[in-house]
Write a protein that binds this ligand. Structure first.
Ligand code: ARG
Length: 473
């Protein structure tokens, strides 16, 4: 039977090394079981926030009279030293380091001796890891928000640069009505605005302190939890210790928000892939964001957009994976919860690439105004033709049907709608007069849609101003 690739020998030896929780264990742990259990390979990136949490906890212990002032100083100095070691890549993970929490505590004790062993008094890795996640998440949300803002800025720049270009609008991917290209670019701005709002709300919900919940029942020491929250810049303290150590709602919410954000980027990617095909030719992607084919010399592939579309599937998968991991957990902390980190970190890492790549791609692409213009089909003014009849007093439903008959005629005669002789219009209804040909004017069509949110140039100008204002650009 195939076995998983083992850790290098040096790491395998960890099973014989003393563990922080080793007291009640007589026998060694199976090397593979140890490898299976350990999370250090992926949770070490929590080190910075773990140290932050530990500093606050040490101060809390001092305030509660659990440790002496000199011990607090030793602990704070030691933690500071560990920060420098990590920063300088001089922190060496040891075989017995199961996770980031045990690694830092082990090093602290090496540096400051017995005082280091007092840091974990009244605390559990269960409330510790939940606290780390809250702190990490708050920083991560800010980074993602900034990256979204960059994409929003690129969309605004596009809508300003391409202002005035009229393009076929599509529903069901069929030509529908003329719109300003700027209006279309902005249609991808607003979903990102909502994503940012969701992230901002999530930040508030993440700003709750689990520390002080212990393993699950709370802590017997008189720790001032509000003080801890204030030390860590969190808004409030968790109201229930059992819930506090089990709660991964913000991770799930993060993965959902990320999924929806990715869906928005993926939809835009799909449209851009389509528009960049030889058949459409509406846009030309910059060489910087495309790749060639190893076989076909003529190819310029929109790989970055395809990857965004593809990664979106993976991100959605991580959300459903976490929800499935959470749904059967009986009470408080279960080790299943360790499975929250990989999807969280991987999704964050994906977004940190997807967003700036999209921003760069948007700014560097070229719009082919000529191709867009020549693709405009007068048939997309059929709604305007119906409105023309409405202006002559014909009820819209009837006007819709009459225009339908005119279109049937134009298709039957193989004559474009706007070139159909007046007599053919008249044969359908006497309300048509010579001014019917004035309807076939794309600019006039869009200018009429001048309500807020519409595609008229004035309305789109207002929209750009609003977008800039709300996005803080
Ligand atoms: N590495 C663990 C995690 O990420 C930390 C908490 C471990 N708690 C425990 N009781 N074993 O969830």
């Amino acid at each position: 039977m195939a076995r998983p690739i083992p850790y290098p020998n040096s790491v395998m030896k960890r099973c014989s090394v003393t563990k922080l929780w080793g007291g009640r264990f007589a026998g060694g742990v199976d090397p593979l079981a140890w490898q299976y259990n350990a999370s250090i390979s992926f949770d070490f990136r929590l080190a910075k926030v773990d140290i932050q949490g530990s500093k606050a906890w040490a101060k809390g212990l001092r305030k509660a009279g659990v440790i002496r002032a000199d011990e607090l100083d030793l602990i704070l100095d030691g933690l500071e030293k560990i920060s420098y070691e990590i920063e300088a890549s001089e922190f060496y993970i040891q075989p017995a380091d199961e996770d980031v929490h045990t690694a830092i505590e082990r090093r602290l004790t090496e540096l400051v001796g017995a005082a280091g062993g007092k840091l974990h008094t009244g605390r559990s890795r269960n409330d510790q890891v939940a606290t780390d996640l809250a702190l990490w998440m708050i920083e991560a949300l800010e980074v993602i928000e900034k990256n979204i803002k960059e994409v929003q800025l690129s969309l605004i720049k596009r809508s300003e640069k391409d202002f005035g270009i009229i393009i076929n609008g599509y529903t069901h991917l069929q030509q529908s009505q003329p719109i300003l290209l700027s209006h279309w670019w902005l249609s991808h701005f607003w979903p990102l605005m909502r994503d940012r709002q969701r992230l901002a709300e999530l930040k508030k919900r993440a700003s709750v302190l689990p520390l002080g919940s212990g393993a699950m029942a709370g802590t017997p020491y008189p720790i001032d939890r509000k003080f801890l929250a204030a030390e860590l810049g969190l808004d409030s303290i968790s109201p229930n210790s059992i819930d506090a150590v089990a709660n991964r709602d913000t991770v799930a919410e993060f993965l959902f928000t990320a999924s929806l954000l990715a869906v928005h980027l993926s939809k835009l990617s799909e449209a851009l892939i389509l528009f960049s095909t030889a058949e459409f030719g509406f846009i030309h992607l910059s060489d910087a964001y495309t790749t060639g084919s190893s076989l076909m010399p003529q190819k310029k592939n929109p790989d970055t957009l395809e990857l965004t579309r593809g990664k979106t599937g993976t991100i959605i998968g991580r959300l459903t994976g976490l929800l499935a991991a959470l749904k059967g957990l009986p009470s408080s902390y279960d080790k299943d919860l360790q499975e929250d980190k990989m999807p969280l970190f991987e999704t964050y890492d994906s977004l940190c690439l997807m967003l700036p790549v999209m921003a760069g791609l948007l700014e560097s692409l070229e719009v082919d105004a000529g191709r867009i213009h020549s693709a405009l089909n007068p048939a997309i003014l059929a709604t305007d033709l119906a409105d023309y009849l409405v202006a002559k007093g014909i009820p819209f439903r009837e006007a819709h049907s009459l225009v339908g008959q005119v279109i049937r005629k134009s298709e039957g005669l193989h004559v474009p709608l706007h070139q159909l002789p007046l007599k053919d219009f008249l044969a359908v209804n006497p309300a048509f007069t010579a001014d019917v040909f004035d309807v076939f004017d794309f600019e006039k069509s869009i200018s009429k849609r001048n309500l807020p949110g519409g595609t008229a140039p004035a309305a789109v100008q207002e929209q750009i101003a609003l977008a800039k204002h709300l996005a803080g650009l």
